[in-house]
Write a protein that binds this ligand. Sequence first.
Ligand SMILES: Nc1nc2c(ncn2[C@@H]2O[C@H](COP(=O)(O)OP(=O)(O)OP(=O)(O)O)[C@@H](O)[C@H]2O)c(=O)[nH]1
Ligand SMILES: [Mg+2]
Ligand SMILES: [Zn+2]
Length: 337
Amino acid sequence: MSPDRQLGWNDALQASWEAAGAPGAPGRVARIDRGWSTVMRHADDDDPLRLRNLYVDVAIGDWVVPSDDAEQVDHVIERTSAFVRRASFEGDRFEADYLAANIDVVFLVHALGSPPNQRRLERELVLAFDSGAEPVVLLTKADLVVDPEPMRAELTDVALGVPVIVASGISGEGVDRVRAFAGGNRTLAFLGASGVGKSTLVNALLDADVMDTGEVRAGDQRGRHTTVAAQLLRLPGEGWLIDTPGVRALSLWLSGHGIERAFADVFDLMDHCRFRDCKHDREPGCAVRAAVQGGSLDPARLASLERLVAEEAALEAEQERFERRADRRGFRRSRSS
Ligand SMILES: Nc1nc2c(ncn2[C@@H]2O[C@H](COP(=O)(O)OP(=O)(O)OP(=O)(O)O)[C@@H](O)[C@H]2O)c(=O)[nH]1
Ligand SMILES: [Mg+2]
Ligand SMILES: [Zn+2]
């Protein structure tokens, strides 16, 4: 029997599964707790499997093949999309951290009533474009402000063409706008800092208190990391929604064109510099500097782009070192065997 399309199975997953020899009966990871996956076999599964993630990197939303004894995850089916950051580094680790997989829309959640953070949004947009999902900026806690417009305008400036929507999990405003993205049985994911109101909005969308929510700190409005396990939840009507634990740092991971897309405005300017190898420093005819001087490009945005480009370059250099080391180890092993 083919996996349940109601649960989000689609032609792309089917093709990857068949290419892998159509092993087992794939199910979808609906919850992850340290080393354990809760795996649903169909959309109404109220007796999901509990599997260990032993030798595989499993993400919420993944489609996985259980081992024959239903003890562990044997195989992760190739993801159609994934929101990935670099795992927080401890020592020498060079690892990806998959925050959500097989998602169609990723909501970058920010709270109205806190100062807008354009730099954070830029970083989130880079990762979102690289995820393969469609990004949407979601401003929550609309009930806390008299006018969401100033913050919306500020974040719209860095979101370029990405939609920016306003909602409140408390008043219910905008909940329908969020739900509309789930049409066609799509999978949505909420990502953002702790305390921005992700789980409160999840409960409003589900019209039920499924997720715990927690007070933010009075001083700086920061959350207390209330959600500790990522969860995949079925939306009423159609579609799925992934709630994730709040994330503090979003370090870049090896990427495709996320930076170019998130900073398309600046890259367009670069095309108009007189010299092809312009460093946008003191060269004559630099369109980027001209835009900064003319006030159409925020110097903080340019500095942010430079930081991200440097971070990406450092990451690539590190990847090279890492692969060389791994090659050497493999070489030694093959010589001694
Ligand atoms: N006024 C108002 N308060 C909200 C809204 N959404 C969330 N809150 C409050 O903000 C606090 C944090 O909400 P959560 O939903 O737990 O935030 P979260 O993003 O899930 O946080 P983590 O799980 O820690 O990542 C709670 O005290 C909520 O009641 C909203 O739309 N309006
Ligand atoms: Mg939460
Ligand atoms: Zn230039």
